[in-house]
Design a protein around this ligand. Structure first.
Ligand SMILES: [Zn+2]
Length: 256
């Protein structure tokens, strides 16, 4: 289903219709608009690691947290690995959980923030177990099948059944712009079939297929289908701008 462009607390954000159907869940795929940071981080930069001033990032994070009505936001230093963190409380900004690309929580009021500029944020929700996950899936994570790692963990730790899970793949690098000239070195041969024209790959289809292979049902997977590199008016893009900010994707269980 195509994502809905909404406004939350004055901040433009995209929402997945599948996730929006659950009133106990709050989520938003934010873009670059509505924040306080100056160029080249204009304006809703949520990363402490790109050279923006700390107080501006803290302010932007507060805006996002308030827009969604959450009591806290938790984020991690993301390292393109498959490490996960079970989040029960958020460290106070600018502190972040160390080195995790999978965030999982069942704590109401707590938002899980993934920062990106072309990488995918993939959100998962289990309406039976009432647990949310947010995953930083760049191509390095996809090569390691980070989505399967996250789903394994939800099964083993939370007793989730993959067929119950709902997934949303956010705005990210599209097949129009995902060029990998060294794909023979970077991707294993089983991923070469995602090449849509010479050296360009459909990483959205790859994530969808990895979710299906992990046991999700096709109608429960939402893909924004919006390319961050093409849409400079709305999104940060590392490929396009190099020195730039990071937008945020947040999911959490609604607080009391
Ligand atoms: Zn594009």
């Amino acid at each position: 289903m195509s994502f809905l462009l909404m406004e939350a607390g004055g901040l433009p954000c995209y929402c997945s219709p599948l996730l929006a159907a659950f009133p106990e869940v709050v989520h938003g795929f934010f873009g670059r608009g509505g924040g306080v940071s100056p160029e080249p981080y204009h304006s809703l930069n949520l990363s402490f690691a790109v050279g923006d001033q700390r107080r501006q990032v803290v302010r932007n994070r507060t805006l996002v947290q308030q827009a969604l009505g959450l009591t806290a936001l938790a984020s991690a230093t993301q390292v393109h690995g498959c490490q996960q963190a079970l989040v029960t409380a958020a460290p106070a900004a600018p502190e972040e959980i160390q080195d995790a690309d999978i965030l999982i929580s069942g704590q109401p009021g707590l938002g899980l923030l993934i920062k990106q500029a072309d990488c995918q944020a993939v959100m998962l929700y289990d309406p039976v177990r009432r647990v949310v996950a947010n995953i930083h899936a760049g191509w390095r994570g996809q090569v390691q099948n980070i989505l399967a790692e996250a789903i394994n963990s939800l099964q083993n730790t939370w007793g989730c059944r993959p067929e119950d899970l709902v997934a949303a793949i956010g705005p990210s690098l599209g097949p129009c712009c995902a060029e990998f000239r060294n794909f023979r070195q970077e991707f294993p041969p089983e991923l070469w079939s995602y090449q849509v024209r010479p050296t360009y790959f459909d990483l959205w289809a790859l994530s969808r297929d990895q979710l299906l292979a992990a046991g999700l049902k096709a109608p429960q997977i939402d893909i924004a289908g919006i390319c961050t590199r093409c849409r400079g008016d709305r999104f940060f893009s590392y490929r396009r701008d190099r020195h730039t900010g990071r937008q945020g994707a947040v999911i959490g269980l609604r607080g009391d």
